[in-house]
Design a protein around this ligand. Structure first.
Ligand SMILES: [Zn+2]
Length: 449
């Protein structure tokens, strides 16, 4: 039995404190202008690195990675559109979403008619700034509110973007905790969006805090946390770790975990991987309105991990699904859109998932002929205990199905009892010598040294 039980019963005060800390961390990272490369990304990784033993990996522009090539590094210092009075009518210093991410440098004057094709707005939400990128096609542009756009009079404007797009590096952060087994659990999140809270910072904050909870623990599995720019970062990591990626036994992409919506879990390409069952079980007992989604080859970095050549058991845990909430990829995905309570609850769900992965074992009933007399062993919960009926039920299910074939998760699923209840029963029965650990003879469990 692993000694890792991350998710203890938390009262509302604990959850409030944890939520406030998660939100504060997102707040600290919010102003940074991140992209898929550059100083904003490095600065973000260095702030995460204050909390975790994070290894920063850099790969040079032009390096081939699978079917892709590491792009040029982008950096930006300032950007604005000035009217004929010299007033900044669009100003990067007010909000970094105002610049088309990866814009090439420009400094010139032009009439509004010439500027228009480079301006992006959201007419349906006239007070929000859209988030737009142009990573793989050189372009420049500005994002502004529809109301700002309506205020622009015909005439000449000074357009300035103080950016650079040059040979450099792509950076990502990697944090590894070795366990007893060389088999790994992968936790991955993207770190490439500028001032966007739910899409980017919520997943990043939850992943950082989860890693902090695992620091210094005795672990069954080895854990690998990746803080990477979306798509290109996952492809870069896979290209560099093609062989060792085979050690990944379970994986999760964490994103959009701070909004107030119900949980969603998108299954891995395998769809019946252990992680798929584990997350479904945790959500069944956490959030009655949670939804399990089938795999699809669109979304976040699970697309790369689940590409057919790798086919890793990696699912994606979210609250609201990207693209389905109006705030997605706009300035309204801000610090008010993410709630401390939601962040804390998301972290608790992740901790419960880790608890199951760490503690799911097969046991053998040592007294399988007839029911063993529990009362004689002090295992009949007639007095005390918070829910004696539930406890008895968990013990009976665990005894009955512990035939060396059923895992504790199998038992939890079949009895419809929370895994933690079954695990506690198994621990007690093990202590009373009614169970022993079964030799793990599953054919699919191959260890790669
Ligand atoms: Zn996004």
């Amino acid at each position: 039995m692993g000694d890792t039980v991350l998710r203890r019963k938390v009262d509302q005060r604990d959850r409030g404190k944890l939520g406030a800390e998660l939100h504060q961390f997102a707040r600290e990272l919010f102003p940074i202008c991140r992209s898929i490369t550059g100083e904003g990304l490095r600065q973000t990784l260095s702030i995460i690195g204050r909390r975790l033993p994070l290894q920063i990996v850099e790969i040079a522009t032009g390096t081939p990675i699978l079917d892709w090539v590491i792009p040029k590094e982008w950096n930006i210092r300032d950007a604005f559109i000035k009217n004929s009075h010299g007033e900044r009518v669009v100003d990067f210093q007010n909000c970094n979403l105002h610049v088309l991410n990866y814009s090439t440098p420009i400094h010139t004057k032009m009439p509004l008619s010439e500027l228009r094709p480079h301006l992006f707005t959201l007419p349906q939400n006239p007070d929000w700034i859209p988030y737009r990128t142009s990573y793989y096609k050189e372009n420049w542009g500005f994002c502004l509110t529809q109301n700002q756009m309506l205020g622009l009079k015909e005439g000449e404007y000074e357009v300035c973007i103080v950016s650079s797009l040059e040979d450099g590096q792509l950076s990502y952060g990697e944090c590894f905790f070795p366990g007893t087994s060389t088999e790994e659990v992968l936790i991955s999140c993207h770190t490439c969006h500028p001032s966007l809270a739910n899409d980017n910072l919520s997943g990043l904050s939850v992943a950082t805090f989860l890693a902090q909870q695992l620091l210094g623990r005795n672990l069954r599995y080895s854990y690998r946390f990746l803080f990477i720019p979306g798509t290109i970062g996952a492809i870069a990591w896979l290209a560099k770790n093609r062989e060792s990626s085979k050690r990944i036994r379970h994986g999760l992409v964490l994103t959009c975990l701070g909004d107030r919506g119900p949980f969603h879990y998108k299954k891995s390409r395998q769809e019946n991987a252990e992680v798929d069952r584990v997350v479904e079980h945790v959500l069944n007992h956490t959030d009655p309105s949670a939804t399990i989604l089938p795999f699809s080859p669109y979304g976040y970095d699970e697309r790369q991990y689940c590409s057919p050549g790798f086919n890793l058991p990696v699912g994606c845990l979210m609250r609201s699904v990207w693209g389905t909430f109006p705030e997605y990829h706009t300035s309204a995905d801000n610090l008010d859109f993410i709630a401390p309570h939601s962040l804390a609850e998301s972290l608790e769900v992740c901790a419960s998932i880790v608890d199951i992965l760490e503690n799911d074992q097969r046991y053998k009933n040592l007294a399988p002929f007839g029911e063993p007399q529990l009362g004689r062993r002090g295992l009949y919960p007639s007095t005390g205990g918070t829910s004696p009926e539930l406890e008895l039920n968990a013990r009976l299910w665990t005894l009955n199905l512990s035939d060396g074939q059923h895992s504790l998760l199998d038992i939890a699923e079949r009895s419809n009892l929370p895994f933690e209840q079954i695990r506690a029963a198994a621990e007690l029965l093990l202590g009373s010598r009614l169970l022993e650990l079964a030799v793990d003879n599953r054919a699919d469990r191959t260890s790669i040294e």
